[in-house]
Design a protein around this ligand. Sequence first.
Ligand code: NAD
Length: 502
Amino acid sequence: MADTTPLTHADWQARAAAVKPEGRHFIGGQLLASRSGATFDCINPATGAVLAQVARGDAADIDLAVSSALVAWNDRRWRGLTPRQRMDVLLRFADTLERHADELALLETLDMGKPISDVLDIDLPEVLRTIRYFAECIDKIDGAVTHTAPGSLHMIVHEPLGVVGAISPWNYPMLMAIWKVAPALAAGNCVVLKPSEQAPLSCIRIAQLFAESGGPAGVFNVVNGLGPEAGKALALHADVAKLTFTGSTAVGKLLLGYAGQSNMKRVALETGGKSPHIFFDDLYDLDTAVDRAIGGIYDNAGQVCNAGSRLLVQRGIHDAFVARFVARSAQLYTPGDPLDPATTLGPVVSAAHRGNVLAHMARAREQGARLALGGADTSLPGTGAFVAPTLFTGTDNTMDINRLEVFGPVASVTAFDTEDEAIALANDSVYGLAAAVWTADLKRAHRCVGALEAGVVWVNCFGDGDMTQPFGGYKQSGHSRDKHIDSLRSYMQGKSAWFNLA
Ligand code: NAD
């Protein structure tokens, strides 16, 4: 019987010392260096150590990968399989990843700084669910036969698009990539993925494991490199039918331009957020609500697109909310070595990003926000890019801390009096990814759901959901949806076939 004893901190450290991550591209079923020979350092943010030399791809490597995907598309080695055959490969792919869970978790933790327990308990199960869900959806996509005149037959069929380019971020490196890659593959497309240069290692590995699971060569390719080099080349490539992106709003806007400059490819954007998390004084249970508020901003060290970074709290419970938040945060988040299974708060992704987060904190203080928790002057373990869980109070929407995405463990509290005021504060943002409301009043909850400008609204919870939940934003948080069977449909196009039978 397999040994199921959980690995200890020492076990993970020993494995980490032995790991030799792969840094090459995966193109046409082969690991390849960049054509230029260029590489960049891949850094462990918890220690500053160089983990691997990663191939620094540019337009030549993107061209090779897109050509390889196009060959696979044209000879129908993937889309020509029966739905059941494609489903079987994807289900095997999920099983293979599950067998490599420890290896993938280790890569993710070393590369991105995410606590190993989070990868094993959250990211990986979610990756497997995503692949299995879209595999199971493959034969659930129906076309239509419409009612037309006698002597005619009209069918609407759904076909894959061709070569899909995917560009992913570093905050959930494997999961954000799989939210794109799994539905694109399930639909029958071939994929070229450009993972974030901040955390590419797990994506390189999963593409290899797709091939080991029977995925044909050229169907799932990975090209590493920097955004303005490899990413831009992918976005400009004339043989890419659709570009699917998760990342910042600023880069999302660039991609729309690249599509226009090249072949008018479809562009699907999942971008930034500044989610309002609203607490009315009639909520059921303050303690539960506060715990969820804390998780909503400090999970993954705040590097979450839908993080509940704007806490809007009704004045009657404001002081009790803040006091409880400060007291509970220290109990819920244990900073430490992300390889230690007891750690619940790892470093942020890089020293440079830590600098950005600290600059946001300094600006908040300059603009009059009061520091209630954390801040820059907290001692935290190791030499890595740690940021203490931080809370500002006394904030309003004139301050940058309420307007700009920090993408770190930093929340602000703004007091409000009325429901109308809460909604106005919540909607006063260029972003509209997610929002949440805590209230015991069902009518108020319904009113708020209708009034909030966000793609996802949670009531009396935060961050809950499953694969049936379309996930994406309003306004400048993007306009596409991940998860849900509609995501698979978005990697297909409809064809009308009209038969003259007279
Ligand atoms: P980023 O925009 O800096 O990078 C994302 C990807 O885009 C990376 O692979 C990067 O190499 C690439 N890129 C950068 N410049 C490019 C260019 N000129 N052309 C083509 N590609 C380019 O974002 P990030 O720092 O990796 O991730 C954090 C951001 O992602 C945050 O804004 C966060 O809110 C957002 N995000 C959104 C969601 C969502 O579902 N809406 C989920 C996760 C993260």
